[in-house]
Design a protein around this ligand. Structure first.
Ligand code: HMH
Length: 221
């Protein structure tokens, strides 16, 4: 099988679940302006907890890039992502204050706990860089695609939520996701088949966790 452009191949193969993660009813409700602000507040508190676990995951990918990558620019992409996470955590704090969400009192829901545990499993040194960078790309790409949808022409995203959508939906974040995709593709193109399979399974698990994560705010019983 042709291995270059593996991400595109997988996106076609797994189109349904990818769409489930990027066009979730919660996102569609933001886009059409019918979003329940309580649901948004739930997402905000839960995502703050997620991002706190995501930072050490990104740090683990940085370590893998340093050890395993033959291209020094990759480490720099990951490092810039870590710097953005510092900003992001500050943004969550100020946004929570605006919405009256007490972050210290937010209890992680089961879907969030499961996702954070999954991230932690990916931090293990036994997980190949190729697998970790594929997961990393997918985690960022889902948010980019989802929030970009809320900013498209014709969307009725409430003014109070536009800034949140711009965090992940802006073109710069899109470029950054493309950089991650290129890195992932490059490594997937030269990895043994067993690692390739692990990366595909990991990608699918990310997409499933993302759907469950949105479900916490919208539509989950
Ligand atoms: C659940 N997935 C989730 N939260 C995020 N902040 C991102 C992805 C993107 O960083």
């Amino acid at each position: 099988m042709e291995k270059s452009g593996m991400i595109d191949t997988w996106m076609r193969k797994h189109r349904l679940i990818y769409t489930g993660a990027t066009k979730h009813p919660f996102i569609l409700s933001i886009r059409d302006g019918t979003v329940d602000f309580e649901a948004f507040k739930t997402w905000l508190g839960q995502d703050y907890i997620f991002v706190r676990a995501f930072a050490p995951f990104v740090a683990s990918v940085l370590i893998k890039a340093w050890k395993e990558s033959d291209d020094s620019s990759e480490m720099e992409v990951i490092l810039s992502s870590m710097a953005s996470l510092n900003d992001e955590i500050a943004w969550f704090k100020s946004e929570a204050a605006k919405w009256g969400v007490q972050l210290s009192e937010v209890v992680p829901q089961k879907a969030n706990q499961d996702y954070c545990r999954f991230l932690e499993s990916l931090m293990s040194p036994d997980v190949e860089y190729t697998v970790a960078i594929t997961a990393f790309w997918a985690i960022e790409a889902v948010y980019q695609a989802s929030f970009a949808l809320c900013l498209e022409d014709g969307s009725k995203t409430p003014a109070k939520l536009r800034e949140a959508c711009r965090r992940w939906g802006n073109d710069g974040f899109g470029q950054y996701c493309n950089s991650l995709q290129k890195i992932a593709n490059r490594h997937l193109g030269k990895t043994p088949d067993d690692v390739l399979t692990k990366a595909e399974v990991t990608l699918l698990r990310v997409l499933e966790h993302e759907v469950e994560f949105w479900n916490m705010s919208h539509g989950a019983a």
